[in-house]
Design a protein around this ligand. Structure first.
Ligand SMILES: Cc1cc2nc3c(=O)[nH]c(=O)nc-3n(C[C@H](O)[C@H](O)[C@H](O)COP(=O)(O)OP(=O)(O)OC[C@H]3O[C@@H](n4cnc5c(N)ncnc54)[C@H](O)[C@@H]3O)c2cc1C
Ligand code: FES
Ligand code: FES
Length: 463
């Protein structure tokens, strides 16, 4: 069983290392100080490194990730590139050279993180602003960095000749056990491990659990990693539904489902930053069951079904019965989410909205997803109004949905629904927002949805 990984073209054995230690801390202990620590929370991007992994088309993909959130126990068999691995002797990598030429660095603290994000963006041919949405710079300003990205756009990016690129004959990652971190390759093995290790936690992308690990919080006696289980990686698009493996990283979802659910496209666009989305999964968003988990109102509005596997076999849990209380769900601790089925309805108008303090890489004040269908007389035949950030769990506004059913959309309906939405929830008053503001958002976001997506159905006087 291998416990080694490749770091900047060198094979490194991890025997004896603490598998929960973040890659960032591990690099520092090894005197690899190029990778910086800003927040240790996944928020600043100073710690960005690149994972070189086989993509679905068989080519190597460079994925920028936050090393502060990545436990080293997940690394065996993988290939990591840090900023130290880019240059060849005194010759800078073209990404580094572009930053120099465009004066993209002043104090330099953020620079290795930007360089690694640009490296990944260059390799993927994705040098838009999203490529460094997860990187903060306090002193240079973003214009010179954007100029460096612009310069790189014209350069070819032969990723298979990139430093540290793995052998093109790629194989599935093997099962690994490193101290208290176990990485099985099948669902059965994962469940058998959980039966042997009661109290063990599942870890998928680690973008949620990684924050706890990074801050030394207790996450349980053992961890069972799900990111090598091929059966959790399925993504099947059918005419009537989409089946999403619980372990599919959001970035893959974003690319593969683009255009199929515009309401998902919008929510993923506002979800964290690319480094986080390269690792974060839908299963992890459901597993966390945060009241501000952004995919949860989307799953509620689209009537998804959550499929779990456990010691008693498999079962399907309708999403509207999944959330029981604050971070408490109908899933048992020894069950893992295997996949999520999302129906496709051709007759529905749907959209999602996320309100946060910043446009990107920020958590929601309120997130909402609306889905309405109408008959030939313009009466509402199907209504789903789902919200996050308004209570201890993500919720649908059932009273408002009932008010809509059978009604046509006119000013009095929209006002009545708005009033019901203001009264529907008991949101928190906290540093992020007052409860009154959150209530007002529920009403206003619905009015915005009607305006943006249903204005052709409004009577002329109300449109
Ligand atoms: C900087 C930053 C920004 C973020 N921004 C957002 C945001 O905008 N919106 C948002 O919603 N979230 C955000 N998050 C939170 C996090 O990224 C998401 O919740 C993500 O979906 C978690 O997925 P994961 O695979 O990384 O979960 P993990 O951290 O691996 O696991 C999270 C929890 O789910 C459980 N779990 C994981 N997989 C399964 C499974 N298959 N079955 C059962 N349980 C499972 C784990 O045991 C754990 O309790 C952010 C996090 C960070 C660090
Ligand atoms: S140190 Fe800030 S994102 Fe990792
Ligand atoms: S160069 Fe100083 S923080 Fe970016």
């Amino acid at each position: 069983m291998t416990t080694s990984f490749i770091l900047n073209e060198q094979t490194i054995a991890l025997d004896g290392d603490d598998p929960r230690e973040s890659l960032l801390r591990w690099l520092k202990r090894r005197q690899l100080h190029g990778t910086k620590e800003g927040c240790a929370d996944g928020d600043c991007g100073a710690c960005t490194v690149v994972l070189l992994e086989p993509g679905n088309d068989g080519r190597t993909e460079a994925r920028a990730v936050n090393s502060c959130l990545l436990p080293v126990g997940l690394l065996p068999g993988r290939t990591v590139l840090t900023v130290e691995g880019l240059s060849r002797g005194n010759a800078l990598h073209p990404v580094q050279q572009a930053m120099v030429d465009c004066a993209g660095s002043q104090c330099g603290y953020c620079t290795p993180g930007f360089v690694m994000s640009l490296f990944a963006g260059h390799a993927a041919g994705e040098l838009d602003d999203g490529c460094f949405e997860g990187n903060l710079c306090r002193c240079t300003g973003y214009l010179p960095i954007r100029a460096a990205a612009g310069r790189l756009r014209d350069l070819p990016a032969p990723i298979d000749e990139a430093p540290g690129s793995p052998n093109p004959a790629r194989q599935a990652l093997p099962a690994v056990e490193l101290g208290t971190l176990h990485s099985p390759t099948t669902i059965d093995d994962a469940l058998a491990l959980r039966a042997r290790l009661p109290g063990a936690r599942w870890v998928a992308g680690g973008t949620d659990l990684g924050v706890d690990l990074s801050h030394g919080r207790d996450v349980g006696a053992a961890l069972i990693a799900l990111d090598r289980i091929e059966a959790l990686q399925g993504l099947d698009v059918h005419d009537d539904q989409v089946v999403i493996g619980a372990g599919v990283p959001l970035r893959r979802l974003e690319r593969a489902l683009h255009g199929i659910f515009p309401s998902l496209d919008a929510m993923l666009h506002a979800f964290a930053a690319r480094q986080v989305r390269n690792r974060a999964t839908v299963g992890g968003n459901l597993g966390t069951a945060s009241p501000i988990g952004d995919l949860l109102p989307w799953l509620l509005a689209l009537d998804a079904t959550v499929h779990c596997a456990g010691p008693q076999g498999t079962r399907a849990l309708p999403i509207d019965r999944f959330f029981l209380g604050y971070r408490k769900t109908a899933r048992h601790d020894d069950e893992l989410i295997t996949h999520i089925v999302v129906p496709r309805r051709a007759d529905t108008r749907a959209a999602s909205y996320k309100v946060a303090k910043r446009q990107s890489d920020d958590i929601s004040i309120v997130a909402s997803v609306f889905a309405l269908a109408f008959d030939a007389t313009r009466a509402v035949t199907h209504a789903r109004l789902a919200f996050g950030g308004v209570a201890a769990v993500p919720l649908r506004a059932h009273d408002a949905e009932q008010r809509l059913l059978g009604s046509t959309l006119d000013r009095s309906t929209v006002d009545a629904v708005g009033a019901l939405l203001r009264a529907a929830f008991t949101p928190l008053d906290d540093h992020r927002s007052s409860a009154a503001y959150r209530r007002a958002l529920c009403d206003n976001l619905f009015a915005k949805f009607v305006e943006e997506h249903c204005s052709d159905l409004l009577p002329a006087s109300a449109a």
